[in-house]
Design a protein around this ligand. Sequence first.
Ligand code: DGY
Length: 323
Amino acid sequence: MKPIFFVTKPIPDIGMNMLRAKGDVRISQTSGLPSDQEIAAAAADCCGLLITPADQITKTTLDQLPYLKAISTFSVGFNHIDIAECTRRGIGVGHTPDVLTAATAELAMALILAVARRVVEGDRLIRDRRWHGWAPTDFLGSPVTGKTLGIVGAGRIGGCVAKMAHGFDMPILYTARTAKPELERDFKAQRVELADLLQRADFVSIHAPLTDETRHMIGCPQLQMMRPTAFLINTSRGSLVDEAALVTALKDGIIAGCGLDVYEREPQLTPGLADFPNVVLLPHVGSATLETRGEMAVMAAENLLAAADGKRPPHCINPQIYS
Ligand code: DGY
């Protein structure tokens, strides 16, 4: 009998075709995001789930999926999956690292440039037909070149941002669990404590994974440490930032602005966030280039097919279950 795979959101054709070649593919019929109950009901007889970062896979969901052998998330982040519970049940979990590193780092740079040079504000002015011509004192922004960048969490994506920012002659500060000698050698990056980074950086860009320890790592006390001229950028996970505290900091002029691609309660926005002109908001598109999403699709399909076949997925989060 062919394996049955449940896909919560269709992925690019190249990945869908790989799955269809090996099994029966069932796609969620829910418009919008399927709830965990909907996933559990629709996938009750499936051996593999292909999900996105918007889907929560909890113990309760897993309890209702007795045939599940494989979960493949179309993302590098896996904070939305109860990994310990999957491991306990022998369910292999795969993700899509590396292929989205440059795309996500580019988006962090795009947000840095957008908030500093008021790109979205300018675009809105033109579209609203409110532009009355060039003036020497209009739309003054902050420079990026030569300004200090603080990278919170210098993993793969944070390291790639350091490389790109080095091209803008930005001195780089970073936090990381372990020192990154290559960043220090190649880009003169300096490893510092978070408080030091927050006090010294002109741009603070977050690239940490979301865990119980990192949730709300940027809250009121941390925002207070930032310079009033500094910008906060988040392309990692929304819950790393306490958004209510962020709205207050923006209202009180504690920081100069922010650029966000991710939110605490996606797709909902924390009230107030969209009211500031010095805030640029994107709909979680860090990895959204045609090439990157194609590579993610292949990787996600390979992970699902391997784990459904009882083999270790090529990009496995819980390899211990195969030893
Ligand atoms: C990820 O991969 O974790 C991104 O947030 C979605 O592309």
